[in-house]
Write a protein that binds this ligand. Structure first.
Ligand code: SF4
Length: 278
């Protein structure tokens, strides 16, 4: 199979068989040529973690480190081992964690990490939807793309670490091997990018591609025919720390209620974003 064909097939898997038609349908309700029309045609990338399927193998952690050159002592995703229930009715479970690519609250639609970034809003940028429409948006030290990805632009980063402190989930850390673009005496920041470089080329994130149990499912929530959209309909999905009001877009199928058992408030998550694999 050629690389081109692999990309095309993978893209179709993420979007769903009728992805393009569904996106075009969504665009039809907005004024032709408007930014609203373009926004309606944009995907909304999300991850669903099926905790029934995670076996704690850490293939995701390793593939993420390899794909993104994550230094020793830093992680972009981790898998934690958690015990739920009370003795003798206890159960061990595995909890994969990563940046939640939060939507932000209804008022400003900005996750706290972006709200606290002194370098946001920064440079202007354009996003092209799968059907060729253009959305204009602002980047920054950290920013949200129109497809929902929360990203870092190290070239605009001053290494102040305010985004690290602002994230209620503790998923950001200083990268000891990277100088902040605008202040080389400070360190840059690292976190999950949803493998933007792969997704933009129609390929799934590395952790999804490596997950042997298919516990990580990635796709476009705006496409009703995608697997993630169907899972969201079929299951009562949960997310980490809903009271923080960040609207995470990493969802969990969690029949044992593991999330609520181990993560009750913000401080529970900080300092825990580490894995046994360095
Ligand atoms: Fe920002 Fe943290 Fe939400 Fe990621 S999980 S978007 S770093 S607030």
């Amino acid at each position: 199979m050629s690389t081109h064909e692999a990309k095309r097939i993978s893209r179709r898997r993420m979007l769903g068989a009728s992805g393009t038609a569904a996106l075009a349908g969504a665009a039809a309700v907005a004024a032709p040529g408007s930014q609203a029309e373009a926004a309606a045609a944009a995907p909304r990338w999300v991850m669903v973690m099926d905790l029934r399927r995670c076996v704690g193998c850490r293939a995701c952690t390793i593939s993420c480190k390899t794909e993104n050159s994550v230094p020793i002592g830093n992680w972009r995703t981790v898998v934690q081992e958690k015990v739920s229930g009370t003795f003798p009715n206890t159960k061990k479970g595995f909890l994969p964690l990563m940046c939640n690519h939060c939507e932000g609250n209804d008022k400003d639609k900005m996750p706290p990490c972006i709200k606290d970034c002194p370098q946001y809003p920064g440079e202007r940028a354009k996003y092209t939807t799968p059907d060729g429409k253009t959305i204009r948006y602002r980047t920054g030290g950290t920013y949200k793309r129109p497809d929902g990805m929360v990203l870092i632009d190290n070239a605009q980063c001053i290494g102040c670490g305010k985004c690290i402190t602002a994230c209620p989930y503790g998923v950001r850390s200083f990268n000891p091997l990277q100088k902040a673009g605008l202040k080389p005496e400070e360190k840059g920041v690292t976190k999950c990018s949803l493998c933007q470089h792969r997704v933009d080329n129609g390929v799934e994130p590395a952790c999804v591609n490596t997950c042997q149990g298919r516990a990580r499912i990635f796709g476009d929530l705006n496409d009703p025919s995608s697997e993630v959209a169907k899972l969201v309909k079929q299951h009562k999905l949960t997310a980490l720390l809903p009271d923080e009001g960040t609207k995470p877009h990493v969802f969990y199928i969690d029949p044992d209620n593991l999330l609520a058992t181990v993560y009750k408030k913000k401080t529970d998550s900080l300092d825990h974003f580490r894995d046994e694999i360095t």
